[in-house]
Design a protein. Structure first.
Length: 308
């Protein structure tokens, strides 16, 4: 009888799922809608129903289920609230195990789980200690040490986006603090930087809409103002990652998220400012772009289960 593992990545809009062989090969992937009404009470039952449908189609046995959640998760699978989904404190692990009858269930923070996936099958291949930073609407992070997720005592390890990098900031971050990396290195943060220092002769001046992609594209094309914005972005992110390195000393950094599609220009500027701010023993780390895209979460979720 065939044996399968399921990777689940719960997002605010959709839940991504993947069916894997017992050797870690992705056999099939699919998505369902994230139903957040009534404090997200339907989310996990919907996930389980979808898994059961897939099990019925293929036959065989589900040996393990891994789940990534957008919030802090303890080592024993308890979510410590998740405002994006409407969840309060409860055991995701016990809930999924109870609904499926599968005892081998692992749960982790989605950014940490994605980092594990990238280390296993993506940009972090060949290393067992990496730091991944995801640059999207916000800034997420995951720390993998000796092949395992570093969750921290409250499940909030790897929250790189809320590292303070600017003590003179007056605007408030979404977390309630000021001067967080997310205010400068997220897609919205990069646009915020561009608008703050806008010059009349910039190619962006007068445009109704500015995006992070525009800024990086114009910087590559040689626009001096956009290049200055990219430098500011790189300085903030490089300093933040040097601070992280002084604590966990990874072998490599992997940069993902939508902003990372800008490519090598990001690696070059971040690595420069990282090396300027890292002590001698931590200089010249490997910097790589993520490779798995939206599949990183399902790969990492299954990897959690395979690691036991």
């Amino acid at each position: 009888m065939a044996a399968y593992y399921v990777g689940v990545d719960v997002g605010g809009t959709t839940v991504k799922m993947g069916l894997f062989s017992d050797t870690g090969e992705l056999l099939e992937k699919w998505e369902i809608k994230t139903r957040k009404e009534n404090n997200g009470e339907n989310i996990l039952p919907d996930v389980v129903e979808s898994i059961e449908e897939k099990r019925a189609e293929r036959g065989g046995n589900i040996k393990g289920i891994g789940v990534g959640i957008p919030g802090p998760v303890t080592d024993d699978g308890v979510i410590l609230k998740c405002a994006n989904l409407g969840w309060d404190v409860f055991s995701v692990k016990n809930t999924v195990a109870g609904l499926t009858g599968v005892g081998n269930v692992k749960v982790g923070n989605d950014a940490n789980v994605a980092a594990l996936g990238e280390m296993w099958k993506g940009g972090g291949r060949g290393y067992d200690s990496i730091v991944m930073v995801t640059l999207g609407t916000g800034v997420g992070g995951g720390i993998i040490h000796k092949g395992k997720i570093l969750t921290g005592s409250k499940g909030a390890g790897g929250e790189i986006g809320h590292t303070k990098v600017e003590i003179n900031e007056t605007e408030v971050c979404g977390c309630g603090n000021k001067g967080c990396l997310e205010q400068y290195a997220s897609a919205t943060g990069i646009v915020r930087l561009a608008k703050k220092y806008m010059k009349a002769d910039s190619c962006l001046a007068g445009r109704d809409r500015i995006s992070a992609k525009m800024i990086f594209d114009e910087a590559k094309a040689g626009d001096a103002y956009c290049q200055e914005t990219v430098e500011r972005f790189g300085r903030y992110l490089g300093i933040a990652l040097s601070n992280v390195a002084h604590v966990v000393d990874p072998e490599a950094f992997v940069i993902g998220g939508g902003v990372s599609r800008a490519g090598e220009i990001i690696l070059n500027v971040v690595e420069k400012y990282y090396n300027e701010n890292a002590m001698f023993a931590l200089k010249d780390k490997e910097f790589r772009l993520a490779e798995l895209g939206n599949d990183a979460g399902i790969y990492g979720a299954v990897r959690m289960v395979l690691l036991g």
